[in-house]
Design a protein around this ligand. Sequence first.
Ligand code: NAD
Length: 483
Amino acid sequence: MTEPIEVRNPRTGQHDYVIVPPPPIILTQTCTRLRRSQKSWQQIGLEGRIAALQQWKQVIISTQDRLTQALVTDTGRLSVSELEIGSFLASIDRWCKLGPKLLKSTRQSTSIPFIDLHQTAVPYPLVGVISPWNFPLLLSTIDTIPALLAGCAVIVKPSEIAPRFMAPLSLTVNAVPQLRDVLAFVEGGGETGAAVVENVDLICFTGSVATGKKVGEKAAKRFIPAFLELGGKDPAIVLESADLELATSAILWGSVVNTGQSCLSIERIYVAQPIFEEFVELLVTKALRLQLAYPTTESGEIGPIISEKQAAIISDHLQDAREQGAIAHCGGQVEKIGGGWWCRPTVLTQVNHSMKVMKEETFGPIMPVMPFSSVEEAIFLANDTIYGLSAAIFAKEEAQAIALAQHIEAGSISINDAALTALIHEGEKNSFKYSGLGSSRMGPAALTRFLRKKALLVKTKSIPDPWWFVDARSTASRRDAHQ
Ligand code: NAD
């Protein structure tokens, strides 16, 4: 667990950075320290926590260049890194604004006239966050900010594949006295992640289904809540009435932004038979306009594949599809350029559900398109998967799309657009099937899930309850009965 881990640069292929996981005893000590400090973090109250988070935001802004540079080196892409930082900073403001409303204790009358309900809640002392490499900053902070605001201490274990951003970010945490006692980022791989699960009171895990199952099992053994945000194989359904200009642009963005390395990437496209050819032609035309971001990060829209292991998976899916008769209309292979792995937007047809590219998570800029001849068939194909993260539906009539959405087994469905969950934070959603488990990471629940609710049931009148034993209601009534 303490062996140094070499980190590969996705643009050059060079291993030019090293992280050193903490020994188990140090990790345990860190968790003990965080848990101890959590008490005063909770006691400073919501206003105090908002002030500390706002101070942190200002420090990040003042040192943003270093953070951006580290993220760009981690991921090989620029504009999405800037988006990540913008979205992270906006989330601090969003939660600070929502916190006072969502974290208010309430007092109300109940169904029994002389009993009031004082509804309160207490934060879980120490929350663990384990995150993947595809949006290294965003996904290591998306659960962290609401957990901190709720009054928890947080230990974060980002991916060992893209860990450079941690050093500049930790400096900003250390610049805020109240925060540095309750927030720690630790370097390490799977073993460190497993050790985090052993030490916390609640775990938020974002990553693959395979690892999510291990985390979920360990959390169940420890009897702690586990919020699992796992993989996806999102379908898009394009009905005959759809606006094809709009559908092709949205699907292209939803499939290939961040080089398709997104849990909610559109990875399967089902198109009504009568418009199939026109759809494919338009999608290919638009896909061909996108360029690789090489030799510089500003040369194009498509960055390198961040993880070498993922490059091998994308390549394997493409080969498997080709061998089973799929046709690539553009792109079609993983190439080594300048030491990094790259893949141009790829549109595939002649695909079917016996191919890996239609069944397993590809996590690349691949758009397999398949025709359907009835809405029932489209629903069947979209649901023919172990995943259930999100989906997209395109139709002229909104009502038709909404009716169809009720049949799709997924937690979030974009109508006449794609991958909207990445941008809209208000709607609560739960993952279906193997795409996840636990309370919603979006909407109000994203904050309140870090609290254990306590109901204080307060008697407001000094009278005997009608359900008490008759003889024990009062000494006076007992005395009367004896006389
Ligand atoms: P991964 O499961 O390999 O690793 C994720 C994290 O888990 C890393 O930090 C890793 O070090 C850690 N880890 C590995 N073994 C562990 C163990 N036994 N115990 C605890 N932690 C352990 O996933 P990845 O390859 O980094 O990320 C890609 C996956 O993440 C894809 O499947 C993608 O769909 C998914 N993802 C899901 C969402 C979502 O919100 N649903 C968002 C982004 C990515």
